[in-house]
Unconditional design. Sequence first.
Length: 215
Amino acid sequence: MSVASLHHIVRESSLKENAPLLILFHGYGSDENDLFSFASELPEELFIISVRAPYPMQPYGNAWYAINFDAEKGKWSDNEQAIESRDLIAKFIDEAIVSYPVNPNNVSLLGFSQGTILSYAVALTYPEKVKNIIALSGYVNEDLFEVKSPEEYSNLNFYCSHGSVDQVIPAEWARQAPKFLSSLNINHQYGEFPVGHGVAPQNFYELKDWLIKNI
């Protein structure tokens, strides 16, 4: 099985086998190079894959699903397209485990914005496929998954963060995530930083420390 279903770039691990796997999912209108800049700052034992979303945009960039900015109630998301991308990511995780020298029981996802929304959806739909989720500047869209029992989520661990002055996704939306995760007894840490829709340096250091402890 090849990993051709989603275009991606790779930073290999210092380990020759059974490496912890980290998969990066960019935000709306971006591409696989965006979050890949994190790779050089992260532990070298991590096998890192940065994935390009499947829907090309004009004039450049990619999306995991369409957003209609003119819709009533602000932004309207194409949930059917989002669910297709959710399942595409789940399939990609399986392909990556077969194709690369990684540990199938140590898979972490890192998302930003739309990539975070999909990372939540993947983890809560396919908890057996992942272990750690780093959810940056996103929120839980409960239309993208059906909730399972807390027992099925007992292996999951979330690091969630948001900019307190985010002008794209309100911090209020992100603050629902800890409440939601708590209701399912899912391990999580939540932090806010005084920035807009982006990752502050202190945010990066905190997520890096968290990841080191949890891989």
